[in-house]
Design a protein around this ligand. Structure first.
Ligand code: CP
Ligand code: NVA
Length: 306
């Protein structure tokens, strides 16, 4: 069987993604009830290549492997031959001989695809400049846990048309919900990603209009990793795009607010938004652990029904 990778949400079918969400909830409930007693990955190793910083992604993958009885290796370009110019295909071939699964956080999505093309073990995108699919597993899991099926509901993306926005667009396609993407002019998501989602996704430029009657509102930083030098210009260009409690008041009364984190209070969100009961970002962050356990299990073992 061909090796399965998870570089975007489109690498799994909608049906497989639904399975993963339910499986993640089962895994979470079992951990709560019994502790980390389910250990299917004895002697299995996950290599974690981080070319960008991380708190949640590193801790959740590493803890997932520890809970599952396996091992995780943290690899950074600073301390590996990747940083000294060894071709990524060669690294992929070498790691395929030694580890069972690989997770990569990098800049270039094309580079990630090149790596996966040379890897005979599953490769997971742990964030590229273009997508962050693991975050969407946790986000859809959180939304599902709190509100049931997301099918036919309406989510609103406020802010930059970035990697998270692209993955929300793919999530709208795969989980069949409506998404309103609301960006400042010039910061829209990539046209082909938007167009491929068809009429599930609409593009707007006015946050007040975008959030009306929404089931869920989400945003992200205005300058992503690698765009630090654009911070000042972006702060000016994103004026009016801060998500506040007052903005959320125009959404449905039971609307939820998600943010992948890290958040910049006083920039893309008000100083106090994360204290509002509609903000469920700590549960969302914690769900990275459970969703990725389900993902690793699926990529290594296929479907599990116990
Ligand atoms: N949301 C997220 O991926 O966080 P980290 O950058 O801390 O991994
Ligand atoms: N868009 C952000 C997400 C961080 C988790 C970034 O790429 O920096």
């Amino acid at each position: 069987m061909a090796t399965r990778h998870f570089l975007t949400l489109l690498d799994l079918s909608p049906e497989e993604l639904h399975y993963l969400i339910q499986r993640a909830i089962t895994i979470k409930n079992r951990l709560r009830a019994q502790g980390p007693t389910y250990a299917p990955f004895s002697n299995r190793t996950l290599a974690m290549i981080f070319e960008k910083s991380s708190t949640r992604t590193r801790v959740s993958f590493e803890t997932a492997m520890a809970h599952f009885g396996g091992h995780a290796l943290f690899l950074s370009p600073r301390d590996t031959q990747l940083g000294r110019g060894e071709p990524i295909e060669d690294t992929a071939r070498v790691l395929s001989e030694m580890v069972d699964i690989v997770m990569i956080r990098t800049f270039s999505h094309a580079g990630l695809e090149t790596y996966a093309g040379a890897s005979s073990v599953p490769v997971i995108n742990a964030l590229s400049d273009d997508y962050h699919p693991c975050q969407l597993l946790a986000d859809v899991m959180t939304w599902t846990e709190l509100r049931g099926s997301v099918r036919g509901r309406t989510a609103v993306w406020i802010g930059d048309g970035n990697n998270m926005c692209h993955s929300w667009i793919n999530a709208a396609r795969q989980f069949d919900f409506q998404l309103r993407v609301c960006c400042p002019e010039g910061y829209e998501p990539r046209q082909e990603i938007l167009e491929a989602a068809g009429d599930r996704v609409t593009l707007l430029h006015d946050p007040a209009q975008a959030v009306v009657d929404a089931d869920l509102v989400t945003t992200d930083v205005w300058a992503s990793m690698g765009q630090e030098e654009e911070q000042a210009r972006r702060e000016a260009d994103f004026t009016g795009f801060q998500v506040t409690e007052a903005l959320l008041d125009s959404a449905k009364a039971d609307a939820l607010f998600l943010h992948c984190l890290p958040a910049h209070r006083g920039e893309e969100i008000s100083e106090t938004l994360l204290d509002d009961p509609r903000a469920v970002v700590w549960q969302e962050a914690g769900n990275r652990l459970h969703a990725q356990k389900a993902l690793i299990e699926f990529l290594l073992l296929g479907r599990v029904d116990h």
